[in-house]
Ligand binder design. Structure first.
Ligand code: NAP
Ligand code: G3H
Length: 474
């Protein structure tokens, strides 16, 4: 049990108020983090603003050295940080360590990618006679102070994926970790601090989003908001941001569409891994299966067999299904299951809950009048919806308020590409589960799933802006 501090202007600082962080696994007290006041946020924002000119004046090569150092520190401490992360967000220990490792690799990749941010030039080419003597030098400049806000389910990785591209692009960063996940976030901050970043370049803000969130979003020093979290909070962030640029990565209701000619053994394995890893608490988790009637019985039996193999329990025993983040989330999930049960869904694996631990639940014969067909449970529950045509599958996919990803399982590639072009989502996977990685690919949601494009190169582009300097050669 430790009292953690915020990193502000190169110093570790406390606040008068603190929040105690408990483990969702067993209520163990893990430590306290500061609940920052508005005045303390102002001090941190001013420090960031002051640090900006010198940081952006460095070459990308010089900035990259700090990122490589931070990545080295993270890698050295992956076991230690992974252990806290596992306790803090109830993620299995192997996946927790691998989250830290993935983040170190992502930071290194961002450092390298930052070296390849090239400018360009254009010669005037419009109808005015004066155009032909004009040349534009087009450079990319940092946007300024970036506010990075991350969700609980990847407190290290979805923080690093904002911080590293922002820093290499010449920006300074205000980082607000999720409250449940803030200790892990502060350990990530420690790696950047120990990498020797100049004071003020990287600062942290802890405190409940419901208390400090609006204040930091509306803060006049913030030039860019990079937010990952739920759709309702993302919508609020969008409204408060005004005309400032934002990146929003929000919720999803990813579908796995299974056609008659799919390899059903492979499909069932991919779907179960995609739906149930980290107990379904991933934006990219498969959250519904849309299967053609002709192969529905066969697929359902294979899915059932795979789900029955999943182990349930302690993250430190690397169980597949671990307690969800809190009891109120578990009750929300239970409400969706009860609604489906009432309306006639068939449980292929029985629903069972002990406090915030929910056994993996596979529901068959789900229909579109059930809430589980549309809502994001963020838990270990997978509905199967049987459809009679590809058109019906497309209609159900696109009726969703979300548009993150979808998978299609088929051996007919022309059909898969045609279907992909009609889906209202950011990414379509053919014959594999929905997932964010590889981290250098573009990652985005449309409709209620977000705005803007992440992915290392794309994040750097989003957090740098074009400056055009025009001169006349005559
Ligand atoms: P959340 O409740 O929306 O919280 C996300 C972050 O926003 C947390 O740091 C939270 O702080 C903060 N926050 C809360 N209220 C705020 C406000 N008024 N202003 C500013 N910040 C505020 O989401 P979550 O429960 O942590 O994460 C689960 C959700 O995130 C799911 O819907 C999931 O699909 C989505 N998600 C999407 C992606 C993607 O890339 N598309 C990735 C991961 C997760 P506190 O923790 O202090 O409340
Ligand atoms: O929760 C949302 C994450 O962006 C998902 O990432 O597909 O690598 O688990 P992942």
């Amino acid at each position: 049990m430790k009292d953690y501090q915020n990193y502000v202007n190169g110093q570790w600082v406390s606040s008068a108020k603190t929040l105690t962080i408990y483990s969702p696994i067993n209520d163990e007290k893990l430590g306290t983090v500061p609940a920052m006041s508005q005045e303390e946020v102002d001090v941190a924002m001013a420090a960031a603003r002051k640090a900006l000119p010198a940081w952006r004046a460095l070459s990308a090569y010089e900035r990259a050295q700090y990122l490589h150092k931070a990545a080295d520190i993270l890698e050295e401490r992956k076991d230690q940080i992974g252990e806290i992360l596992a306790k803090e967000v109830s993620k299995d220990i192997k996946a927790s360590i691998s989250e830290v490792d993935r983040s170190a690799h992502l930071i290194r990749y961002a450092a390298e990618e930052g070296l390849r941010v090239y400018g360009s030039s254009l010669e005037g080419g419009t109808y005015e006679p004066a155009a032909k003597s004009k040349i534009s030098l087009i450079r990319r400049e940092p946007v300024g102070v970036v506010l990075a806000i991350a969700p609980y389910n990847y407190p290290v990785n979805l923080s690093a994926s904002k911080i590293a591209p922002a820093l290499i692009g010449g920006n300074v960063v205000m980082f607000k970790p999720p409250t449940q996940g803030s200790i892990s976030g502060l350990l990530l901050a420690q790696a950047f601090a120990e990498a020797g970043l100049p004071a003020g370049v990287f600062n942290t803000i802890t405190g409940r989003g419901s208390e400090i969130g609006d204040y930091i979003i509306e803060h006049p020093e913030v030039n860019f908001i990079n937010f990952t979290g739920s759709t309702p909070i993302g919508q609020k962030v969008g409204k408060l941001a005004g005309i400032r640029p934002i990146m929003l990565e929000l919720g999803g209701k990813d579908a796995a569409v299974v056609l008659e000619d799919a390899d059903l053994d492979h499909t069932a394995k991919e779907i179960v891994s995609g739906a149930f890893s980290y107990s379904g608490q991933r934006c990219t988790a498969i959250k519904r299966v849309l299967v053609m009637d002709a192969v529905a019985d066969q697929l359902a039996a294979k899915l059932q067999a795979e789900v029955e193999k999943l182990t349930v329990g302690d993250p430190f025993e690397n169980k597949d299904i671990t307690p969800v983040i809190d009891e109120s989330s578990a009750l929300f999930i239970e409400g969706l299951v009860q609604d489906a049960q009432k309306k006639g869904a068939v449980e292929l694996t029985p629903y069972k809950r002990e406090k915030n631990l929910i056994w993996p639940t596979l529901l068959d014969h789900v229909t579109t009048d059930m809430e589980i067909a549309w809502e994001e449970p963020f838990g270990p529950v997978l509905p199967i919806i049987r459809v009679s045509s590809l058109d019906e599958a497309l209609t159900i996919c696109n009726q969703s308020e979300y548009g993150l990803q979808s998978s299609i399982f088929t051996s007919n590639y022309p059909l898969a590409f045609d279907f992909a072009s009609k889906l209202e989502v950011g990414t379509v996977h053919i014959n594999s589960k929905t997932q964010r990685g590889p981290d250098n690919f573009p990652f985005l949601g449309v409709k209620g799933s977000g705005a803007g494009v992440q992915g290392i190169k794309y994040s750097i582009e989003a957090m740098t802006k074009v400056k055009s300097v025009v001169f006349d050669i005559q």
